[in-house]
Design a protein around this ligand. Sequence first.
Ligand code: NAP
Length: 486
Amino acid sequence: MIQLINSTMEQSWKAFQEYRNISAAGRLEFLKAIAKGLEAAGDDLVQVASEETNLAIARLRNELARTIHQLISYGEAAVKGVILDIRIVTAISERNPPRPDIRKMNLPIGPVVVFGASNFPFAYSTPGGDTASALAAGCTVVVKGHPAHARTSQACADIILEAARVSNMPKGVFAHIPGESYEIGQALVQHPLTRAVGFTGSLPGGRALFDIAATRKNPIPVFAEMGSVNPVYLLPEKLSASIESLVSQFTTSITGSVGQFCTKPGLFIGIEGDDLNEFLEKLSSRVAQIAPAKMLHPGIAKSYLERRGRALEQDGIDTLYPDVNEEGSPLVATVHAAEYLDNPVLHEEVFGPYALVIRCEDINQLTEIAIRMEGQITSTIIATDDELEKNAALVRIIMESCGRLIINGVPTGVEVVSSMHHGGPYPATTDSRFTSVGPDALRRFLRPLSFQNFPAHLLPDELKDENPLKLFRLVNEQLTDMPILK
Ligand code: NAP
């Protein structure tokens, strides 16, 4: 296996020397060819993925469509060049000392190793956002196939390899290493030719790979997107006015795809009283009516019941409906804020259709929970405009711990657009500055380089005075797409 990893990484490095020089327009054509291949094989891919993951066909069709959109839109973003962050400061020869000509842009970082997650066989796996953003950025990619959807992963890899062939991409631009062993992934992260890692999965997995990368002789960045409990803060006026619709929206959000979303709302925090009791009663009842369903794989199903069981054993935890100890059975539990605050077990993600409603004495206790909240992909506030205004300090505290703040909505459903931030402070990710969704995801796999006094005719097209690619650039602190006139 070590031999295979060495030869794969060497080939990836060799391919990178060529691929980095292919224009963004050329890379877009390659990404479009992958998208076309996925679309053509769509029915078969969705069928196989459904057999491997137990996810519904309709959900997988949507996920595949999103994956195709990611590939094309990330390629288009590379062509537009905004993610290159071009800055040009021209020389002033008459200054004493003279100011040199300095031009900066982002360049691809090198071969990227990608780990997908079990719950998104397309959008966060072999042909998913990490692969799409690394290829669009000009990096070569080596995917460690996820064993929970090995056939889907291989079929997608074959489509990417065929797209590389018909697009005349260098051999090794993409590689796929299947296999069920942490050692494969760890060896890929340790390999000296690996330059960055994209990971989507559990906190222990992401953290283990992050630590390995940090202790390499030459440490590399690991962009790990991990679990999240996605707290929902319920402010009293809005809760009182919309109990029915909240129960209906959140029942779907907690139980959709058997609760197997990193954005599933797992925590509701409200102030004790009749409205919160009614919300808890109705949410518990509606969620309990949803039939248990098969989860992604036996490991996830076992872990769900174990983690949920462990949470339910904690002091002060209560449920209004019986705890059905069956695979994928949905459940809502409740606890008083004081007990929640003192018990770290209750802060952990329970991956599956489970949520905990926390009852606070007052807004101060609710604020205390917000202050102590760990990093989250999303936080949601249910509030009237008036409540948001009156609780501006609380809103600012909630902003501190999340990557996306939702007002009067649900956290599930992630738009692939340039204004999306899918990330958040640790432990939601290992680097809160970056997103794994939307064209800004390319930034993870780029690094800046300043060209000082570089001969004008030898500069990359992106930095030339004539601006042949018509990119928007910051020239002497002015944003412009015009050429630089001498
Ligand atoms: P996982 O068990 O962590 O696996 C993800 C990948 O990482 C697999 O390929 C796995 O290897 C590898 N891996 C895990 N631990 C490793 C270790 N110690 N050393 C080397 N490789 C390791 O996660 P999962 O069960 O597939 O996915 C569910 C989790 O993903 C949930 O917590 C969910 O919240 C999270 N998630 C997050 C996002 C997000 O965007 N933040 C999106 C989707 C899911 P093998 O291939 O050998 O098994």
